[in-house]
Ligand binder design. Structure first.
Ligand code: ATP
Ligand code: MG
Length: 195
């Protein structure tokens, strides 16, 4: 089985994430996409605004009903900061029959050389890089060994970020149609991101 891992903070998950996952799934011929929220790093000024349980609940609400999308809880259960290489090694041990792909937005692609043990990681998986407004999807600046394991996928450009959504909520603006209805309901019920 070909599995795409979509890692992120998901604070909150939004339509850009879902569309990116669906484009990657179809273009790369993936059987499933597993959404993997990151653990909450301890004592960071830029820590997520919603806690781990809330971010996971929003991911689950967003993907409910899509049998090709799943929530992957490895990093959020481990808590704190995880290195992708450790997570991928664990996933491969647990699912030896799966081929893993790692889905990232264009804003992340340029930083790949800084990822922990990137050469080892690039040998284990293929990155799927998705175009994102304001960021170049150009991989030519990457070292050849990393570049060789990145495939670029286009998507209708969706200029939505979790940061924008949090700011809009804080200033009292509507975020309807930026997130799935079930996520909006969860955010309102739990009064997340209010100022
Ligand atoms: P924040 O503003 O808090 O950083 P974000 O919208 O960037 O939130 P993340 O949880 O940081 O969301 O991103 C998870 C993954 O989804 C990353 O690989 C990111 O590049 C990608 N991504 C997020 N938004 C988009 C988008 N609109 N189009 C394409 N990829 C996206
Ligand atoms: Mg981000």
């Amino acid at each position: 089985m070909r599995v795409g891992i979509m890692g992120g903070t998901f604070d909150p998950i939004h339509l850009g994430h879902l569309l990116a996952a669906e484009r990657a799934r179809e273009e790369a011929g993936l059987d499933e996409v597993w959404f993997m929220p990151a653990g909450t790093p301890p004592h960071k000024p830029n820590a997520p605004k919603a806690n781990a349980d809330e971010r996971l609940a929003m991911v689950k609400a967003a993907i409910a009903g899509n049998r090709r999308f799943r929530a992957e809880e490895t990093e959020i259960r481990r808590g704190g900061t995880s290195y992708t290489i450790d997570t991928v090694r664990e996933l491969k041990l647990r699912h030896p029959d799966c081929d893993f792909f790692y889905i990232i937005g264009a804003d992340m692609v340029q930083y790949l050389p800084n990822w922990m043990r990137i050469d080892e990681l690039a040998a284990l998986i293929t990155f799927i890089g998705l175009a994102r407004p304001g960021y170049s999807a150009d991989t030519r600046g990457l070292p050849p060994a990393i570049r060789a394991s990145v495939v670029s996928v286009t998507m209708p450009q969706v200029d939505i970020s979790s940061t924008t959504i949090r700011n809009m909520r804080a200033s009292g603006q509507s975020i309807k149609y930026l997130v799935p209805d079930a996520v909006l309901a969860y955010i309102e019920e739990n009064r997340l991101y209010e100022s």
